[in-house]
Design a protein around this ligand. Structure first.
Ligand code: G16
Ligand code: MG
Length: 216
């Protein structure tokens, strides 16, 4: 059995992808352009500045570096405003039950989110007390699919990567988990997440006893 669980946040535990998208949409409207049609899928798990580059594909003029930083900052202000409205009702199906079960089994848990707002999100969702370690996205130099954030989370928990299970909804995230040498659970479409060791449509379909057992 595995010894620790490392979770992605957006799209796995929290229904926040729609909030990121709404914040980007608001920005695009203010600037007078449209988001690329496939923006929702492409923004999954992608950090803020890389997300901005995707969003700006629809822009009608090029933006300077300093303007880009200001745009990313404005999007973040909009997003943070939306995050203040999060409640436990915004947990994705199966998330609360799984976190409860793993806590009962004494399985250490960490968060490996690309979001610099992860702490505010889990506070709003009422699940901050479940995590023994939160990998700080601001400290991570190489974004997913690089394994850095998952490796950092394992180190934070003090558990060898080979004994960790990573749980992700983005293809780049699953790749990051595999490169970290962990067991990967994919949440979503198994054609998109083909690299995962196990893929389920939602966290509600994941059987914790397929990877973990109670510890004392
Ligand atoms: C999340 C989202 C991305 C978002 C990124 C950075 O990643 O899926 O869409 O752009 O965080 O968020 P922030 O602008 O709050 O730092 P993950 O890794 O939790 O899926
Ligand atoms: Mg995600």
């Amino acid at each position: 059995a595995y010894r620790a669980a490392i979770f992605d946040l957006d799209g796995v535990i929290a229904d926040t992808a729609r909030l990121h998208l709404a914040a980007w949409q608001q920005l695009a409207e203010e600037e007078g352009f449209r988001l690329p049609a496939d923006a929702d899928e492409r923004l999954k798990g992608v950090d803020r500045m890389a997300s901005l580059e995707i969003v700006l594909e629809g822009a009608s003029r090029p933006y300077r570096e300093d303007e880009k930083l200001a745009l990313a900052d404005r999007k973040n202000q909009r997003y943070q405003q939306l995050v203040t409205q999060l409640t436990p009702a915004d947990l994705l199906p199966g998330a609360a039950q799984l976190l409860d079960q793993l806590a009962e089994w004494n399985i250490p848990m960490a968060l490996a989110s690309a979001s610099k707002n992860a702490r505010a999100v889990i506070d709003g969702l009422g699940i901050a007390h479940r995590f023994d370690y939160i990998a700080d996205a601001a400290r991570v130099k190489h974004p997913k699919p690089d394994p850095e954030i998952f490796t950092l989370a394992a180190r934070g928990l003090g558990v060898e990567p080979a004994l960790c299970v990573g749980i992700e909804d983005a293809a780049a995230g699953v790749t990051a988990i595999k490169r970290a040498g962990m067991y990967a659970v994919g949440i979503g479409d198994d054609r998109v997440l083909a690299e995962a060791d196990q893929c389920v449509p939602s966290l509600a379909d994941f059987r914790p006893d397929s990877c973990f057992e109670a510890r004392r």
